[in-house]
Design a protein. Structure first.
Length: 364
């Protein structure tokens, strides 16, 4: 039995490494992304109106010392366009990652006094969908450069859930989209091959850990597929941008659940007590439940739900570390194998923590 385990554990080694690399590839690329204009945004508020004139006169009274908070009126973000040094006669794109709002009003002001405005309602965002769960608004080239960017958000579930707002040259954006699509398509191909291979092993060997690992690979596949918006790209109109983001979060929840199930079934029988296994699996179910809560009940409690989701992620990591510690103390060969795999993944972790939840690298 130990010999059989060793043979199939070795076959799983490469696929586990590839699965983790695929799961974290977008975060790793995002670690080198350009300045996030959201981080330095000032903010002010207005009442909700059917249409808005130029809001540039309100910028002088904007609050730059505190973070914006959700409100049932229109919250305006004043972005510092000078951060990216816009030049004249050049097309730009304002790229917003995640929306989750009822309405967004974008005003792009130029030094010559002209301003380009967009007014997108909840069901209009798909018109501006680009890729990777980004919506983009064009800043057409003019003889004078962009001087100010204002983004009004009506009933945002949480300002900070936007994560990323970039202002980049249209040419750079197009190059980034093409590179990202090639990369993620290659990753998806590897994941599909891994899934088919392990499904064949599960059908023949009938080990529980093979079935759980297949579910793990499937959740990573779903995450990469929806996080980059492949479904909307290949089948436009099938799902909305918001639905893609929701499925991305749910696939992360599934990943946490089946990851803990896989760990419990991969360790040799008798290593973990029934109580320990029940607790570990319970944490997995709580993580999945927090993902479901995340996408279904954001509302005014979005910040609390976001905190709870991240807290459950930390609890899941602690549970994995504690489980492996218990198994190693009992000389578990499976735990030693996982530890060796972990040593290969250590270079990935810094990128994961630095990359946040953005999707892909956007060059200047």
């Amino acid at each position: 039995m130990n010999k059989l385990f060793s043979q199939h554990a070795a076959k799983l080694l490469l696929s586990i490494i590839l699965a983790f690399c695929a799961l974290f590839s977008q975060s790793a690329l995002a670690a080198t992304a350009p300045a996030n204009l959201l981080a330095g945004a000032c903010h002010f508020s207005t009442t909700v109106q059917p249409s808005y004139p130029s809001m540039l006169n309100s910028v002088d009274g904007a609050d730059c010392s505190t973070d914006p908070t959700p409100a049932n009126h229109m919250v305006w973000l004043s972005l510092d366009a000078g951060t990216v040094n816009p030049v004249a006669n050049t097309d730009y794109e304002l790229a917003i990652f995640r929306h989750w709002v009822e309405r967004a009003v974008v005003q792009i002001h130029y030094e010559d006094g002209h301003f380009q405005t967009y007014d997108a309602g909840r069901y209009d965002f798909d018109t501006y969908w680009s890729t990777g769960n980004f919506v983009t608004f064009k800043a057409p080239a003019r003889g004078s450069p962009v001087s100010a960017i204002l983004v009004g958000l009506q009933n945002p579930s949480s300002i900070k859930l936007f994560r990323q707002i970039n202002f980049v040259k249209s040419e750079s954006w197009a190059d980034s989209v093409d590179m990202g699509r090639i990369l993620t398509t290659a990753i998806l191909g590897v994941l599909v091959a891994m899934l088919c291979y392990n499904l064949a092993l599960a059908a023949v060997l009938r080990f529980n850990f093979h079935l759980h690992y297949c579910l793990f690979v499937f959740s990573v596949l779903a995450y990469n597929f929806f996080a980059y918006g492949h479904l909307a790209y290949f089948f436009p109109g099938t799902v909305s941008v918001g639905m893609q983001m929701n499925v991305t979060i749910l696939s992360l929840g599934l990943n946490g659940l089946v990851g803990l199930y896989f760990l419990c079934s991969f360790l040799e029988q008798g290593i973990l007590s029934k109580t320990w296994q029940a607790v570990a699996k319970g944490v997995g179910w709580l993580y999945l439940a927090s993902a479901i809560l995340y996408v279904s009940a954001r509302g005014w409690h979005a910040d609390t739900i976001d905190l709870w989701f991240n807290l459950m992620s930390a609890v899941g990591i602690v549970t994995i570390v504690a489980t492996l510690t218990v198994a190693l103390r009992q000389k578990s060969q499976a735990a030693i194998f996982i530890l060796r795999v972990g040593s290969y993944l250590l270079p990935v972790f810094p990128f994961v923590f630095c990359g946040g939840l953005t999707s892909f690298h956007i060059p200047h």
